[in-house]
Design a protein around this ligand. Structure first.
Ligand code: ADP
Ligand code: MG
Length: 262
């Protein structure tokens, strides 16, 4: 497998310096070119897991292998897109995308590459604009273009469309799907939206919380483009919903039992 997440544990300390287990025994294999969504309630450790794969956060124990190499730090093989586009406000759209590229190549080549990806996300007419002159959706597209322009084998996306309105999100879904079909990147896509995960991914990893564990690994076997398969998508959505409802009921009843016995 291309990405191997082996027995990953992550523990933080809370305010009283007590250990809190955030991720417990996470095992996950992702094939090259797969589009995998990580779905789960807020606080279940999705961002922590992605940040570990990015090499930005250390595990407490366990390891991540990509293409056989143990991850210890960020690398050019992985591109990261966050929920809020982290753009440099004093650089133009073009400069934001060429900034990391200029370390790798001549300015002229960097601009050529940047232009290709900015056109891909339909921002070819906004090259000299500054981030504050763009909408949230456009800023997010700049961040996606910047990540793609580095040509990483793996894209790590942490709720990249979470802050956008429904219409913009739908448009970006189509663009991301096209980009993925064209470039065959391996994508780890974090979301808390069930419908978004079904629309986009080959597989959905459902996580539970306290501590963060993997509850289910669901293969989405629906042809693309998926707009024509609304019924099939709804079936999977119902399945995940009823499953998560059972999980939530379990947590609530455990908490009630605990409260009653104390
Ligand atoms: N740097 C940190 N120090 C302490 N606790 C943290 C830190 N980062 C995350 N956490 C805790 O870990 C848990 C999971 O967080 P996170 O990975 O952001 O979840 P998600 O992305 O699924 O919402 C949360 O309870 C959060 O408060
Ligand atoms: Mg998060």
């Amino acid at each position: 497998m291309f990405i191997e997440i082996n027995e990953v544990h992550k523990q933080y300390s809370d305010k009283e310096n007590q250990p809190v287990v955030v991720l417990k025994g996470i095992n996950l294999s992702v094939g090259k070119g797969e589009f995998v969504s990580i779905l789960g309630p807020s606080g279940c450790g999705k961002s922590t897991l992605l940040s570990i794969v990015a090499g930005l956060t250390k595990t407490t124990s366990g390891q991540i292998l990509i293409d056989g190499n143990t991850i210890t730090k960020p690398g050019k093989d992985r591109g990261m897109v966050f929920q809020q586009a982290a753009l440099f406000p004093w650089l133009t759209v073009m400069e934001n995308v060429t900034f990391p590229l200029k370390k790798e190549m001549k300015k002229k080549d960097a601009e050529e590459v940047a232009l290709k990806y900015l056109q891909m996300v339909q921002l070819g007419k906004y090259l000299s604009h500054y981030p504050h002159e763009l909408s949230g959706g456009m800023q997010q597209r700049v961040a996606i273009a910047r990540a793609l322009a580095m040509n990483p084998e793996t894209l790590l996306m942490d709720e990249p469309f979470g802050a956008l309105d429904e219409q913009t999100r739908s448009r970006l879904h189509v663009q991301l799907e096209n980009i993925w079909t064209e470039t065959k990147k391996t994508i780890l896509f974090v979301t808390h939206s069930i419908s978004e995960s079904i629309k986009l991914s080959d597989r959905i990893i459902v996580m539970g919380t306290k501590p963060g564990t993997i509850l289910q690994d669901i293969t989405v076997d629906i042809p693309r483009p998926r707009e024509e398969y609304k019924k099939e998508m709804l079936e999977i959505e119902d399945h995940i919903m009823s499953y998560l409802k059972k999980e939530i009921d379990k947590v609530v009843s455990e908490e009630l039992q605990y409260a009653n016995s104390h």
